[in-house]
Design a protein around this ligand. Structure first.
Ligand code: NAD
Length: 422
């Protein structure tokens, strides 16, 4: 299990890269292919609605046939939104609207071709396992897990999808944007020389909070306000910074070997901010001794910066500014696209041609890179890739029930972390 081989990683990303040349992924609404693709949506929040909308936008014949959410109000709201935005491609009878912790099973059991998984990341491994065992194509959002336990499960499911020959797409949409693809290609072709180090940032003011309402159980409150609880979210280094860490892994063609870091809570002091940190600084080291220096901060009234820069012996590549400076100057002049939409053009184009691709391994590696950073920062010790992957720390409640108590709190498990069975 610990052998996440570089060869495999390069192979799976190369398969995705091969799509780059098909700039004319020219599927659009005029396509002659109206073959029906029946889609089920699990997790009807902001991203789930967005992904479902973007899937239907690709072409006619793509239908949403079932929806599921943990909460009844969210599934109803999501369904209404999608019906209003694209009534002709919504085909969801009342009996295909599900809510509760097991809603995902009921939805996936509906006759369908593809499942969108867009819940908080804690549930991804569980939902993915069910979907691949039912031989469904899957589009799942990032991050793909919150702990090593979940990553191991996702890797198993990735293999099952490979064996089934079913699609496994991951919402790391930079892989489907031509600015990133071309910049990476330049780096791989030697434009910046030999890679020396990289700097990455996800510094922003933070995200929403969802207030506790009278009568809510602790489980309901945490599920609604999921971003602030590690067992559901993985902390913001995992939730958002994953995108930037993933880009440098892509440049390197491998994941880091180890990392050390620090972090804490400087402004997140109220109860509604749960337990996650508001800042991290993490230093990742790759097998060849090169580094990635990472900042992830959620603090209002500070400088915002979401960016990746790779530095080499001949120059540097600023992915956000889409340019290479140094000996081999380059600027992106290609097609500007929405990654969220383009990833669906690619996915449906592949299915229409009877092809599949599998981004599961890369999704797992990007997620584990971020988890490793969290582990190092919470524990104060160096964490290796194997430590993170084989960790027996499991961030999960005793049961998935609205009256469940004993919800895991990572900051209270800190003794375990210092003992380093993290
Ligand atoms: N790729 C991107 O750029 C991008 C952007 C935004 C969000 N995301 C990802 O999408 C995921 C969802 O984020 P969001 O912004 O839509 O959050 P959200 O809170 O708006 O929506 C999550 C939905 O999932 C539901 N849910 C929770 N647990 C569930 C369960 N066990 N079964 C079924 N439904 C469940 C919630 O009730 C909610 O409706 C996250 O992993 C996030 O990182 C990705």
């Amino acid at each position: 299990m610990s052998n996440l081989s570089r060869r495999h990683f390069v192979k799976s990303t190369a398969a995705i890269g091969a799509l780059t040349s098909i700039n004319a992924f020219a599927i659009n609404k005029n396509t002659a292919n109206d073959k029906e693709i029946r889609i089920v949506l699990v997790g009807c929040g902001g991203r789930g609605k967005g992904a479902a909308y973007q899937a239907m936008h690709v072409r006619k014949g793509i239908k949403i046939v079932a929806v599921a959410d943990a909460f009844e109000d969210n599934v109803k709201e999501g369904l209404e939104y999608l019906k209003k935005s694209n009534p002709s491609q919504m085909d969801v009878p009342d009996e295909n609207v599900f809510h509760g912790f097991d809603a995902y099973k009921k939805a996936i059991d509906v006759e369908c071709d593809l499942v969108i998984l867009a819940t908080p990341p804690h549930f991804r491994p569980i939902h993915l396992e069910y979907a691949v065992n039912k031989k469904k194509h899957v589009f799942m959002e990032k991050p793909v897990a919150v702990d090593g336990f979940g990553i191991r499960s996702v890797l198993e499911s990735t293999k099952i999808a490979e064996a089934n020959g079913t699609m496994l797409a991951v919402g790391l949409q930079r892989h489907h944007q031509y600015d990133y693809r071309e910049a990476i290609e330049q780096c791989h072709n030697g434009a910046i020389g030999e890679f020396q180090y990289a700097r990455v940032w996800w510094n922003s003011s933070g995200v929403w909070t969802r207030p506790r309402k009278p009568g809510m159980t602790e489980m309901e409150y945490q599920m609604r306000n999921w971003y602030y609880f590690n067992w559901l979210c993985g902390d913001h280094i995992v939730e958002q910074h994953i995108h930037n860490l993933d880009v440098i892994n892509w440049v390197k063609g491998e994941h880091p070997a180890k990392c050390s870091g620090m972090g804490g809570r400087q402004v997140r002091k109220s109860k509604e901010h749960g337990e996650i940190y508001d800042h991290f600084f993490t230093e990742y080291e790759y097998a060849d001794g090169s580094h990635m220096f990472s900042q992830a901060r959620h603090m209002p009234k500070c400088e915002s910066r979401v960016q990746e820069i790779a530095y080499g012996t001949k120059g540097s590549c600023d992915f956000g500014k889409r340019r290479i400076t140094g000996e081999n100057k380059w600027r992106f002049k290609g097609r500007d696209v929405s990654g969220h939409q383009e990833e669906w053009f690619h996915l449906i184009a592949a299915l229409d041609k009877g092809e599949v691709y599998n981004e599961g391994q890369n999704g797992a590696e990007a997620t584990l890179t971020a988890i490793m950073g969290r582990m190092a920062s919470y524990s104060g010790v160096t964490v290796t890739w194997e430590d993170a992957l084989n960790s027996d720390l499991r961030l999960a409640p005793e049961s998935y029930a609205w009256d469940a108590t004993h919800l895991p709190c990572l900051t209270k498990m800190v003794t375990t972390l210092f003992q380093f069975r993290v």
